[in-house]
Design a protein around this ligand. Structure first.
Ligand SMILES: [Zn+2]
Length: 275
């Protein structure tokens, strides 16, 4: 436990909130293939551009009481919640790891996971900017001292992609032979479209995860993600509620747990094997 200067933790939190504001733009625009730079943010209600003083993370939402200044349309609570989450992630990383590249790596990774969970939950899409862009960031950050080595990052990326590729190949094989039905996965297919067990976004996402947490982290992420996914979706399947499974959301939860408690969980598991 490193005790960072409180002022550094505050600056990290402010930076995190600003990054969260940008993440909101990315989550809204990337699945629509829109530029995240231009045009400036507009109110979805009246279409008027949002002034900078109405676009201050967290504070503007509170000052405007969650409504557009021009037309009074409600602003989604998702915006301040994402800004609060990234604020706490960046402040927490610096408080726990000090002003270090390890803190930057943990905070960047968590921010990417949040973006992936949101786009996958809302649009069933994992943008390449998060998965492949994040893979580049993970490998670049591994070159800094303290974390996993660049070799471990590359091995982790290959392991993440290969593991999910194998799961997808097995799942697609079972689908093609009618052992499981695409409708059980909640998929709505276009005519002539083949059902797929996993999307390509999940594979690229796990390559990104592997570049941050290595191959052991990939295995733990896949295990925890599948475990949470089954816990959440088994009741829905039993109730015959058909909803597409945003697997990336559960993988993101598994990866976040791996980041926070991976060494502790793996150490506990090793102690069970060799008491
Ligand atoms: Zn408006």
């Amino acid at each position: 436990m490193v005790l960072a200067e409180p002022v550094l933790v505050v600056f990290a939190g402010i930076f995190g909130a600003m990054l969260g504001s940008f993440l909101n733009v990315c989550v809204y625009r990337l699945p629509r293939n829109e530029s995240v730079i231009l045009p400036r943010s507009r109110c979805p209600g009246c279409g008027k551009p949002i002034a900078w003083y109405d676009n201050v993370p967290l504070l503007s939402y509170l000052a405007l009481r969650g409504r557009c200044r021009q037309c009074g349309a409600r602003i989604s609570l998702q915006y301040p919640l994402v800004e609060l989450a990234t604020c706490m992630v960046w402040a927490g990383a610096v408080a726990r790891l000090g002003p270090s590249l390890a803190a930057v790596s943990a905070a960047v990774f968590s921010t990417l996971l949040l973006g992936i969970a949101l786009t996958d939950a809302r649009h069933y899409v994992i943008p390449d900017e998060f998965s492949l862009g994040g893979l580049g960031a993970g490998i670049a950050l591994s070159m800094a001292p303290g974390g996993i080595s660049p070799l471990d990052a590359v091995i982790g990326a290959v392991a993440g992609f290969a593991l999910l590729w194998a799961v997808k190949a097995g799942g697609d094989w079972a689908l093609a032979r009618g052992l499981i039905g695409g409708e059980e996965l909640g998929q709505v297919l276009e005519p002539g479209e083949k059902p797929a067990s996993l999307g390509g976004g999940d594979l690229k996402m796990m390559a990104m995860v592997g570049s941050f947490v290595g191959w052991r982290g990939v295995l733990l992420t896949a295990f925890l993600g599948s475990f949470v996914g089954v816990l959440v979706f088994l009741p829905l399947v039993l109730l015959k509620r058909r909803a597409p499974v945003p697997f990336g959301v559960f993988l993101a939860a598994g990866a976040a747990a791996t980041l926070l408690a991976g060494p502790a969980i793996l150490g506990w598991y090793a102690s069970l094997l060799a008491p």
